[in-house]
Each structure stands twice: as structure tokens, then as C-alpha cells.
Design a protein around this ligand. Structure first.
Ligand code: IPM
Ligand code: MG
Length: 349
């Protein structure tokens, strides 16, 4: 029987709750679809950091490298500064495994009402550059605490990095029905890196005549997302810009609790990582009411990536059946808990 080895990293907060739900649903699906998923859990979390001083133990990434995919919950704790937890766990994996293409779909699932007028037109995929840009880590801080203290945060854009994300975006856009790709930058104000983004985009575009494109500045695209959602389809943007836009996209499509993401190494030299984008949500941790839909959706993306498109589609259908029946957690205005949504999706499978 075909077997996939999946590393699960529940991490912090509700990450533990939604990953448990995800493993339950995936295991039941695998049984029906005749393949095996071997999950191995890693306790890499803020709790571990506070106890041992490291999120990832020595040799951890080497071990993680041997898996077919990574199923990730969330990282972030009230007891650890956010920049420590992010740079301690999630970024070493994204950057270490060259997961440069971050894919973030948004759609108003059946039964969910968008707060936005015309929100039903939302069917977007945001492609976030995931290896450099504003998250390069380049910069520094000197004269700490002195009046002349100085800090720099340098965005780094390389031709290799920009070219590969644009190529990925064109490839994805051309497989979607509308074949439409929007380039989002801020090349009026950021006149070096973002101009490089624009230039390379139009170089690559020549190889994809079937894809229709447009270019919008990042501030202007927020108004377009809100006022004319149907005019957008696939969007490519830098690490920080796409981070911000994808939260807006999630809120407009119903809730942050349904939004999934895939951190892909398209060349498959390293495992890719699949996670909900909502984060650890300590305000609701332990209450059993976290929305597991984002995790189920990202699980479907993981199956697609592993080469199980039939199972991926079956899971997506089961998710849609569940939202159609409005088995909702409180973030979607419902009264159900994680368990009830998980059971509903398993029934629908
Ligand atoms: C995301 C998140 C992360 C990010 C946080 C948790 C650091 O917001 O995946 O969108 O900014 O990359
Ligand atoms: Mg974000």
C-alpha cells in the first residue's frame, strides 16, 4: 500500500487542537482511499523552547528532511516574544527547506456568508514569496538604548528569488479557469527591489501569452479586494505584502478560521509544509472551539501535493458539505465545537 510519512508539528495554542482533528480526519480518509499516512509527532513548541532553550533540537531539520510532508499547527506564545518564536521554528523550516512558494487560496465556502457585498465573487489564490524580501532577516541594531540608537530592516530581493516566484505564479494562474494574474508591488515608493519585481514579471510574462495580467500597487489592491472582488483571481506579491493581503482575504471570505496555506518547495528537494494561517490563538486555547476547517483545507492541499488528487477533492467536498449544513464554530457565528465539526466532516467523507 502506498504510504506517506508525515511529520506533524502541532506547536502552540490551538495548533495542538486543530492538528489532532486534522490527523483524525486524514486517517479516516486514507483508510477509505487505500493509502497510508504514517504520522510522527514532533514536540517543537514554545513549551519546549522555555524548557530547553531551543524550538528545534540539534539535528532536528536533518530528521525532518526525510518526511514526505510537514503538517504544522501554529507557533506563538504569550511567554515568548513573537520574533523569537517565529525565527525559532517556522522560518528555519520555510527558509531551510527552500519553501519559497506560499500558496493561500480564499473562497467563500457554501453556507458561509461573506460580510462583503459581492463577496461571493471571491475566488482568489494569493501567492506569497516565502524565502526573502522583507523576511530576509537582514538588518541590525546598534547603540542599543542610547539616544542615537539605530535599527535597519533590509528587504532583500534577488533575481533568482523573484524569477522563481513569478514563474510559479504564472504556472498556477494558467491552470486556473480565468488564467488571470495580478502583480502587486509598491514600485512607486520602493524603487529598487519592487522595480526589479515589476521588470522580471514582464520578462516572464512573455513566456505565458495565455495568461492575462495586470499590475496594481499594494495599497490600491486593498480597495479592489473590497470593492471589486470579482476582478481578481491569482495574485503574486512579496513576503510582507502578501502576508497582509492574505489576512484581509481570509476575513472577507468569512473567517481567519477557514484559511489554509501551503509552503511549497516546488522542486521537491525538501518536504513542503501545510498549515492553517490563523496562528496559536491563546484567547480560545483549551476551550475546544477552534475552527478545524482551515486545517482540513490545508490537509486537502497536502494530499494534492502528495499526488492524491482524488482524496484531496473528496476531503474538500466533505468540508463544503459541512459548511453548507452550517456546522459552524463561534468564529463563523455558530455554536458548535471542534469535535462537532470534525465529526461532521468525517460523516460527510
Ligand atoms: C502568516 C503569519 C506569520 C507570518 C506570523 C505568525 C509570523 O501571520 O503565516 O501569515 O507573518 O508569516
Ligand atoms: Mg499573516
Amino acid at each position: 500500500m502506498k504510504t506517506y510519512r508525515i511529520a506533524s508539528i502541532p506547536g502552540d495554542g490551538i495548533g495542538k487542537e486543530v492538528i489532532a482533528a486534522g490527523i483524525e480526519v486524514l486517517s479516516s480518509l486514507a483508510e477509505k482511499e487505500n493509502f497510508r499516512l504514517d504520522f510522527e509527532a514532533f514536540d517543537w513548541s514554545s513549551e519546549r523552547y522555555l524548557k530547553t532553550g531551543a524550538y528545534i533540537p540539534d539535528g532536528g531539520l536533518e530528521k525532518l528532511k526525510t518526511f514526505d510532508a510537514i503538517f504544522f499547527g501554529a507557533v506563538g506564545s504569550p511567554d515568548v516574544p513573537d520574533h523569537i518564536s517565529l525565527w525559532g521554528l517556522r522560518l528555519p523550516i520555510c527558509q531551510g527547506f527552500d519553501q519559497y512558494a506560499n500558496v493561500r487560496p480564499s473562497r467563500v465556502l457554501p453556507g458561509i456568508t461573506s460580510k462583503l457585498k459581492g463577496g461571493d465573487d471571491i475566488d482568489w489564490v494569493i501567492i506569497r514569496e516565502n524565502s526573502e524580501g522583507e523576511y530576509s532577516g537582514s538588518g541590525g541594531r546598534v547603540h542599543k538604548g542610547l539616544p542615537e540608537e539605530l535599527a535597519t530592516e533590509t528587504s532583500v530581493f534577488t533575481r533568482v528569488g523573484v524569477e522563481r516566484i513569478h514563474r510559479f505564479a504564472f504556472e498556477l494562474a494558467r491552470k486556473r479557469p480565468r488564467k488571470h494574474l495580478t502583480l502587486v508591488t509598491k514600485s512607486n515608493a520602493q524603487r529598487h527591489g519592487m522595480v526589479l519585481w515589476d521588470e522580471i514579471f514582464f520578462e516572464i510574462k512573455k513566456q505565458y501569452p495565455e495568461v492575462e495580467t495586470d499590475r496594481v500597487l499594494v495599497d490600491a489592491v486593498t480597495t479592489r479586494m473590497v470593492l471589486k472582488p470579482g476582478t481578481l483571481d491569482t495574485i503574486v506579491a512579496s513576503n510582507l505584502h502578501a502576508d497582509i493581503l492574505s489576512d484581509l482575504a481570509a476575513a472577507l471570505s468569512g473567517s481567519l478560521g477557514i484559511a489554509p496555506t501551503a509552503n511549497l518547495n516546488p522542486e521537491r528537494k525538501f518536504p513542503s509544509m501545510f498549515e492553517p494561517i490563523h496562528g496559536s490563538a491563546f484567547d480560545i486555547t483549551g476551550k475546544g472551539i477552534a475552527n478545524p476547517i482551515a486545517t482540513f483545507w490545508t490537509a486537502s492541499m497536502m494530499l494534492e501535493h502528495l499526488g492524491e488528487p482524488k482524496a484531496a477533492a473528496r476531503l474538500m467536498k466533505a468540508i463544503e458539505r459541512t459548511t453548507e449544513e452550517q456546522v459552524f464554530t463561534p468564529d463563523l457565528g455558530g455554536v458548535h465545537d471542534t469535535r462537532a465539526v470534525t465529526n461532521a466532516v468525517k460523516r460527510a467523507l
